[in-house]
Write a protein that binds this ligand. Structure first.
Ligand code: 173
Length: 323
């Protein structure tokens, strides 16, 4: 009798388990192409927290680390091959596996609009097919890149200057006559210190993450393009998740993609901080500013279309400002 009662109690206890209890926990292994202590991982943290909270024990992100754990230019390949499940990274770092990713920098419409006009869906299909990846959310947008220098310029001419680049800036700076040298962010400080480069490309925010303000004299205005840092997921892993798990990630991604106001505030604060650090602004005006901007987009799109004659023109049509 007592055994019967005990088993009944156990039966009742099992019934009382919350019905939504996950059968097992899924852990996503994630890396960042940007430094662990910097502005991007700081913005990624609330995303991970939200996934953890909303996933109710069924979904966890195991953050492995940043460039110390994996070199930035290898992150795309690692997502493609499933060596990691998720990455915080920018398209310029994985043009080796998916050249079209670099076109995000050329968007002149907000992501919300691209998600309506077919531009996002077009890219998502390419991510799926060409990279075996699912594009979850764009964390950074509407943030200009700038050229930072230690030698002054007087117009849109970089002849004689050695400039650190990634694929983001290659076509533009070369079109203006610069000698370009590609490095990961982790090598910029030393390159500046040793005079291997006279300057570098980087967004308006984040130069303090690796101490570059100590080695930077000028910032050239205006900025150009729209910096992109996003969360991408290995597609096989994505497909293996439950609908509920995918919904948790999608919602957390949407929250992150909607954070413009925060990013704009941080950009303004960083520009102030640059001023306080003694970085002088070289402001191109009038026709010089117009040439600067025009060359940036012309050279940028020419580069994307050269890399991808098949998809570049369509991306240009969908990403560019409405005529
Ligand atoms: O390393 C870079 O300059 C770069 O390509 C990049 C892209 C997006 C955000 C920050 C840096």
């Amino acid at each position: 009798m007592r055994a019967r009662l005990a088993s009944l109690a156990l039966f009742a206890a099992v019934l009382a388990l919350p019905t939504g209890a996950p059968a097992q926990e899924t852990t996503l292994r994630a890396v960042s192409a940007f430094v662990e202590t910097g502005t991007y991982v700081k913005r990624f943290q609330p995303f991970m927290d939200k996934v953890q909270a909303d996933g109710k024990g069924g979904l966890r992100i195991n953050f492995i680390g940043g460039p110390k754990a994996m070199p930035p230019f290898e992150v795309g390949n690692a997502v493609k091959n499933g060596v990691v499940d998720m990455a915080l990274v920018t398209g310029a770092f994985y043009t080796n596996v998916f050249p079209e990713a670099d076109a995000w920098k050329l968007t002149e419409r907000p992501m919300a609009e691209l998600r309506r006009n077919g531009g996002f869906d077009h890219m998502q299909k390419l991510y799926n097919e060409k990279m075996g990846a699912h594009f979850l959310a764009r964390m950074i947008d509407e943030t200009p890149f700038h050229l930072y220098l230690n030698k002054p310029i007087t117009g849109p001419d970089l002849t004689g200057l050695k400039v650190r680049i990634t694929p983001v800036y290659r076509d533009f700076f070369q079109a203006l006559g610069a000698t370009v040298i590609q490095t990961a962010p982790g090598e910029v400080y030393t390159a500046l210190e040793r005079g291997v480069v006279d300057g570098y490309g980087w967004p308006i925010h984040g130069i303090f993450d690796l101490g570059w303000q100590e080695k930077t004299k000028y910032r050239v205005d205006p900025g150009f393009y729209s910096a992109e840092v996003s969360i991408i997921v290995n597609k096989r892993k994505w497909d293996s998740l439950t609908d509920e798990q995918r919904a948790v990630l999608t919602r957390a991604g949407e929250a992150l993609e909607a954070n413009y106001a925060d990013v704009a505030k941080e950009n303004a604060a960083d520009a102030e901080k640059q001023k306080a650090a003694g970085i002088q602004v070289i402001r191109l005006e009038g026709e010089a500013a117009e040439t600067w901007r025009k060359k940036a987009y012309e050279a940028g799109w020419a580069g994307v279309i050269k890399q991808s004659p098949e998809h570049g023109p369509k991306l240009k049509e969908l990403f560019s400002k409405a005529p």
